[in-house]
Design a protein around this ligand. Structure first.
Ligand SMILES: C[S@@+](CC[C@H](N)C(=O)[O-])C[C@H]1O[C@@H](n2cnc3c(N)ncnc32)[C@H](O)[C@@H]1O
Length: 323
């Protein structure tokens, strides 16, 4: 596969530009290497290395069509957890998920959500995912900042982890809060008809039964362990991006992790910007997105995949874009 030659100035090594196969050009806009001074003309398909609060400040006002944020949950796990057979549960104990106090966590969320609201187009929307550990704090902050809640979607995990201690119900849900920029922003994108078609002709509800990310989809390191503790399923992002963006829209994810948002955006012909603070995750995300060779065709819904290299399918996807 022919890959575009990328130039990387030494001083821009922090910016990781995704190499994109040339054949994709009709679908995606990806000609620029992102430089600091270049940020106003940001075109998408870029991963930015760094702290999202600092980097979001450089994004222009009203420039992003969709923000998907999967922030640290501040899980506050204090002790190791063991299964009845004494094996250790692989929980989320990463350093990036730890905060000194609830106030620290709230201040962090106020800072990144304030920037997100500033950069969101009036026609855009934001989704934030969280668990009972953080979602009520996040929701309160979003309302205080002026976001307008459109739905709270429940991700119902069809294969949840049991409550090993038997002290509570099995926790089988996470919540996605979907908001427009403000109450007055009524012209946000919502592809009602597409989602109905996607849902076998029935209006989709706000409860989404989707399995945890396991099996082949789960990215593993050389040691065979999960590359990231909280990789989200692509099906979740597919519904988010499909329902609330149009082709070639610009999607931003301030907590990019393994790049699930970027991978799905690419497969659906949307542009993306990902921000991530850990270089090891950037490497995983970059490889994952570069390796995508099949796109999803929106017009014919959806499990039909086309190979990026097939001339017939390229013609199809271009005509669906223009028609
Ligand atoms: C919950 S995970 C996101 C997982 C991602 N949705 C996926 O499917 O792989 C949160 C990510 O945010 C990153 N992160 C945490 N704080 C950050 C910050 N201040 N700026 C940028 N990234 C941050 C972490 O390194 C982690 O990869």
């Amino acid at each position: 596969m022919a890959i575009k030659q990328l130039q990387m100035r030494p001083d821009t090594a922090l910016y990781s530009k995704i190499a994109v196969p040339q054949q994709e050009q009709p679908l995606l806009c990806h000609d620029k290497i992102l430089l600091m001074e270049d940020i106003k003309s940001i075109q998408g398909n870029t991963i930015i290395y760094g702290d999202c609060i600092e980097k979001l400040k450089t994004v222009p006002n009203d420039s992003i069509d969709l923000i998907f944020a999967d922030p640290p949950y501040n899980m506050q796990l204090k002790n190791d957890l063991y299964r009845p057979n004494n094996t250790k549960v692989d929980g989320v104990d990463d350093q990036w998920d730890k905060f000194g106090s609830f106030t620290d966590y709230d201040d962090f969320c106020i800072a990144w959500l304030t920037e997100c609201r500033r950069i969101l187009k009036p026609t855009g929307s934001i989704w934030v995912i969280g668990s009972y550990h953080n979602i009520f704090r996040v929701g309160n902050i979003m309302l205080n900042l002026g976001f307008w809640i459109l739905n709270d979607v429940t991700w119902y995990k069809t294969n949840p982890m049991p409550n090993f201690l038997g002290t509570r119900f099995t926790n089988a849900t996470e919540t996605l809060i979907w908001c427009s920029k403000s109450e007055s922003c009524k012209k946000y994108t919502f592809n009602h008809k597409i989602m109905k078609k996607y849902n076998d002709g029935k209006q989709m509800t706000s409860v989404w039964p989707i399995g945890l990310c396991i099996g082949e989809e789960r990215i593993k390191g050389a040691d065979g362990k999960k590359a990231h503790s909280t990789q989200k399923p692509e099906e979740l992002l597919k519904r988010v991006i499909l329902s609330t963006t149009n082709k070639n829209d610009l999607v931003l994810d301030p907590f990019f992790g393994t790049g699930t948002t970027g991978a799905v955006a690419k497969k659906l012909g949307r542009r993306f910007i990902g921000i991530e603070r850990e270089q090891e995750y950037i490497a995983v995300a970059k490889k994952r997105i570069e390796n995508i060779t099949k796109l999803w065709i929106e017009s014919e819904w959806v499990e039909k995949e086309i190979s990026i290299n097939s001339p017939t399918s390229r013609r199809k996807s271009c005509s669906s874009k223009n028609g």
